[in-house]
Design a protein around this ligand. Sequence first.
Ligand code: SF4
Length: 374
Amino acid sequence: MRQASLDLPCGPINPRKTLFTMETLRPHDVASPPISFDVALRYLRDFPLLELGKRAFAVKRARYGDQVTFVSNRHVNPTNLCVYSCRFCDYAAKNGDAHAYSLTEEEILQGLENPVVHEAHIVGGLWPKWGFERSLGLVRRIRAARPELFIKAFTAVEVAYFARMEKCTTREVLAAMMDAGVDLLPGGGAEVLSDRIHQELYKDKIGPQAWLDIHEKAHALGLPSNATLLFGHIETDEEIVAHLFKLRALQARTPGFQSFIPLAYQPGTTQLVAQLAAPERCLRVIAASRLILDNIPHVKAYWPTLQIETAVTALNFGADDLDGTLGKERIMQLAETGSPEKLSADFLRTMIRQAGQHPHQRDGAYRILEREVA
Ligand code: SF4
């Protein structure tokens, strides 16, 4: 077994002990969903927090035991130049802005040369100079240089933009992406699947139904995808539950979601809200997601937005994956998240051990590459 003496900034959290044990759980706690809208609302509001965590952890443990996964990955954000201006976005820039950047293909490929990187996650701004042909060309070059690398690329928002620019269908864009070597559609751009929030915060880009349609088309073509939720801004509890129910319904109809990733909104300089969602709120969202999305395999504790301490605790509230090392993540950095831009694999292993779980390194398809047992 690997050992590490790294302490987290929050200090040790009951090393090698979980908050809940199987002895405290009854069988029907493990097999509960589907859950009604009203019960789901209670999970977000006033359901006893530790009881909620216990139930979500039981579901996670019934599926994965004490295994928690992570991936050595590299986030690739080719440019932050973007034609749109979503109200919550601190990442995007216009030409001439001090924080505007655009990478070259050579810079991107250099970052992916390291053979310990098992997954590339490619998302960026919508910008004519990073149009469809160039973006596909990037995927082809990565595929040629690293045939075994798992490539997760282009959100539904980018797919819709490419289709509009190329005057073709989103199905044609998705098929061309698969042909170039894309393995999975990332979950970004879902924000909150609510027409009200679409109008208030991100009306330039595709709304809830278009996002769902593109993911359903991807699944039908055989391209799996992820789903996200951006919470902690102007959304209501009802809108979060509706979001989760829409994802669950799509998965039941046309399966293909691999992971669900709740993203805590980073206030940055947008002045949308004063501060990051409280840890209790983050844990409620993680646990409710695990219980409601009983047909989506994985729930991530995405450490860049949850913060490290809450991400560790979330591993006892139903999350079974920490995402990855990231390499050089730019989107949350420009939102002034306060989290590091990357973490080492050893640090991620230590976070998982701090939650009393066993770290397993995976690839982008959740194939286990390295197993750690007690
Ligand atoms: S959220 Fe995406 S589409 Fe909206 S402004 Fe930011 S980069 Fe552009």
